[in-house]
Design a protein around this ligand. Structure first.
Ligand SMILES: Cc1cc2nc3c(=O)[nH]c(=O)nc-3n(C[C@H](O)[C@H](O)[C@H](O)COP(=O)(O)O)c2cc1C
Length: 205
């Protein structure tokens, strides 16, 4: 399947804004891995930065003859992002199971690693899309609770890499995320997730 820029743009990928995704990696046809990953479009390619500190950073740096396939899951579901950080196994089981992946992803793009640049802070990867699968055709409206949970997860995952001042600021921000979740949603799963993020956050500071 020829995947051009228009097809990627239609899925929301632009050259100026990161689209937050849940991305699966298949390493040398063997090991699987999943993480939340911000992705931009670069012409008809996808571009992402994998920061030092994540497991996949070392896997890529240590692997000379790396073959890397990615399945980029497009989702607004805060549960998908929550699992990608704290319950990776649940998502990894979905990799080859369409029914399961459909629970979490509106669509996915299969892509192959085309090029990479290893830098000190991060690895820049360029992915060549090879296939797109649209799994859900009915649109979903925006809700603040999902956005606040995803935002809180971003603050949480940045914690090991920030200084004390930034930690204090993150604490305020993450409390605001909790307030947004509680104000905008009565969904007990969303409330449980934001409370768990806060609990884990306090363990890190
Ligand atoms: C919405 C969201 C977007 C993220 N985007 C990136 C990213 O673009 N690059 C990155 O290296 N980490 C990103 N992270 C953090 C990683 O997903 C997180 O550190 C990763 O799960 C670490 O996995 P590991 O502990 O197995 O190494 C993001 C986290 C969230 C919640």
């Amino acid at each position: 399947m020829e995947i051009n820029q228009q097809k990627l743009s239609k899925l929301g990928f632009t050259e100026d804004t990161f689209t937050e995704t849940v991305t699966f990696f298949l390493i040398n046809d063997d090991k699987k891995y999943v993480m939340a990953l911000g992705i931009k479009r670069r012409n008809s390619y996808l571009y992402a930065r994998i920061f030092r500190g994540s497991k996949i950073y070392s896997v890529i740096v240590d692997n000379k003859n790396l073959k890397l396939l990615c399945r980029v899951c497009i989702s607004r579901d805060p549960l998908a992002f929550y699992y990608s950080i704290f319950r990776k196994n649940i998502l990894l089981k979905c990799y080859n199971e369409l029914r399961c992946i459909k629970r979490f992803c509106d669509a996915y793009i299969d892509a192959i690693l085309d090029n990479l640049k290893i830098k000190d802070e991060a690895i820049e990867i360029f992915l060549k899309p090879i296939d797109i699968k649209i799994l859900k055709r009915y649109p979903k409206g925006f809700n603040r609770a999902s956005a606040a949970i995803i935002e809180a997860l971003i603050y949480y995952t940045k914690m090991p890499f920030v200084n004390e001042d930034e930690k204090k600021r993150a604490l305020l921000k993450i409390d605001m995320c909790r307030e947004t979740v509680y104000r905008s949603s009565e969904n007990p799963i969303y409330r449980k997730i934001i409370d768990e993020i806060i609990k884990r956050f306090h363990i890190l500071i």
